[in-house]
Design a protein around this ligand. Structure first.
Ligand SMILES: [Zn+2]
Length: 514
């Protein structure tokens, strides 16, 4: 219900520290900042920003969030959308200074997929982590295999060079994909390259970052896990604001990363039909057997009786046919590995993106919506359309459909850094018909072989009439954008837009007015 204290504008600050999400939302009534929300804070693994060091981002957050006369920055809600390094790395307690320990956190909001009391969530997460571990072990084994086999490569020089090229490109994409999980840096922790906890869970760095976020919530005002199709309790949001939870789906759609009809498998980690299950199981067991003949590896998640020694692994059918098949051409074996690991990497990546908490933030006065989908991919987008959200407006109960919310979207935080499979066309972007539509893309050039999908960028520019703000890509700078009115936007619209944008070295800020 609109009251005198209703929120009438939201300032959205997109930080420019590199490839990764970090958004500060400040909700205003008049000149008063009445509510703040931080959505994610991370950077792609093994990258750092020269132009905008994270310290500058933290300094800005500290400055904005420290109340007058107060001595500690305070944020009302911290949202962590999903477990990828480029979204939560700066919450890791030891990889960098524990920046957020100095912050007061009102509440932490997470997706149901992070809820330790949700059996389905626990199953999904343990499988995803095993998958990441399997990939990592595969990468290490592949790298180890090289010197032993170097002299065995047969074929012409040209064929050998093709093998080397394939391997280099595999290693590059493996680094990229594992970079999302922050697993690679654990290489030195144990012989198998993964840090194991004594209770048998595989611990990647993103998991440690999430655990630290949970701690911040426990220290502050607690943690909320959200289910799709729900409306956030009015008590938790400022007056004049409704927040709807769109994803992650609590259905098999969580498994769909790519458009139907594509060549990619749609099933969750391809579990029954691609052989990836045995690959994951085999790899994890293989990696758990460090080759020691006596004693228990303290780093192993399994007892000695469970881990498979390489000698025993050689008898298992999967490995017999691949890794240990000496009579096969080494190169064929390698291609086999590259192929299966590549499939797994892509599916794993999409599966984790689909666990993104998706929020639609509505300003009740005008119905305008700010859409923050994290990195949600196709299945999540499609699932939104199976819900209807209830919202109290005075004595009346109103409903919203996904189409309503998309139609009223005036600010779209582009999902998954503008990739090819994370903005759905007909049931997504094409429904965003509001004349004020503006897009924000947190992205940096040359990441993931150019993740920013040009056809999507073209359509975004059409739908937004050129009002597309990109955080850190030298090919699409906001400085350049602001210099000249794009074709298709009227002088009036352009002037309004310019009044609502601040381009700073550290951030780009856009104000949505109700
Ligand atoms: Zn991301």
């Amino acid at each position: 219900m609109a009251t005198d204290q209703s929120v009438d504008s939201v300032k959205v600050r997109m930080y420019r520290h590199g490839f990764g999400d970090c958004f500060l939302l400040s909700f205003f009534h008049d000149q008063d900042r009445v509510f703040t929300m931080l959505i994610d804070c991370g950077i792609k693994h093994n990258t750092s920003s020269v132009d905008v060091p994270i310290e500058d981002v933290i300094a800005d957050l500290t400055q904005v969030l420290t109340p007058e006369g107060g001595n500690k920055p305070h944020v009302d809600v911290l949202v962590a959308t999903h477990e990828h390094w480029d979204h939560i790395s700066f919450f890791h307690p030891t990889r960098s200074p524990d920046y957020f320990a100095a912050f007061e956190i009102g509440q932490v909001w997470l997706a149901w997929t992070e809820n330790p009391r949700d059996k389905e969530a626990v199953a999904i997460n343990s499988r995803l982590r095993q998958g990441a571990a399997a990939l990592h072990i595969a990468a290490v084994k592949l790298a180890e295999a090289e010197p032993a086999h170097a002299g065995q490569d047969s074929g012409t020089a040209r064929e050998r060079s093709a093998t080397a090229t394939a391997r280099a490109s595999f290693n590059k994409s493996m680094d990229d994909v594992l970079g999302f999980y922050g697993v690679t840096a654990l290489r030195k922790v144990s012989q198998s390259g993964i840090k194991y906890k004594t209770n048998g869970e595989i611990s990647g760095m993103t998991q440690q970052a999430i655990e630290n976020i949970v701690k911040l919530g426990q220290k502050g005002g607690g943690i909320k896990y959200f289910l799709p199709g729900t409306t956030v309790d009015k008590q938790l949001v400022p007056p004049g604001v409704n927040i709807f939870v769109l994803g992650p789906p609590k259905s098999s759609l969580i498994n769909q990363s790519n458009p139907r009809g594509g060549h990619s498998k749609e099933t969750y980690l391809g579990i029954d039909n691609t052989g990836l299950t045995s690959f994951i199981d085999g790899m994890v067991k293989f990696g758990a057997a460090p080759g020691k003949q006596t004693g228990q590896d303290p780093a192993s998640p399994f007892g000695d009786e469970v881990g498979i020694e390489p000698k025993a692994a050689a008898k298992e059918s999967y490995f017999k046919e691949t890794y240990f098949a000496r009579d096969e051409q080494y190169r064929q074996i390698e291609y086999n590995w590259l192929d299966i690991a590549g499939q797994l990497a892509l599916q794993l990546d999409g599966a984790i993106n689909n666990t993104s908490l998706v929020l639609a933030i509505e300003l009740a006065g005008s119905g305008k919506v700010l859409l923050f989908p994290g990195d949600a991919q196709v299945g999540s987008w499609l699932s939104w359309h199976s819900h209807e959200w209830k919202v109290k407006n005075g004595a009346r109960t109103e409903t919203r459909t996904a189409e309503d919310l998309l139609k009223n979207t005036v600010l779209y935080k582009v999902s998954h850094h503008g990739s090819h499979n994370a903005t759905v066309r007909e049931k997504g972007l094409e429904m965003m018909k509001h004349p004020d539509l503006v897009a924000l893309i947190p992205e940096k050039e040359d990441s993931y072989n150019g993740i920013l999908y040009e056809p999507l960028m073209t359509r975004l520019n059409e739908m937004c009439k050129g009002r597309v703000l990109v955080s850190a890509d030298v090919n699409h700078t906001p400085e350049q954008l602001m210099k000249k009115r794009p074709e298709g936007v009227s002088v009036k619209e352009w002037n309004e837009f310019k009044q609502n944008v601040i381009v700073d070295r550290v951030y780009v800020e856009y104000t949505v007015r109700s």
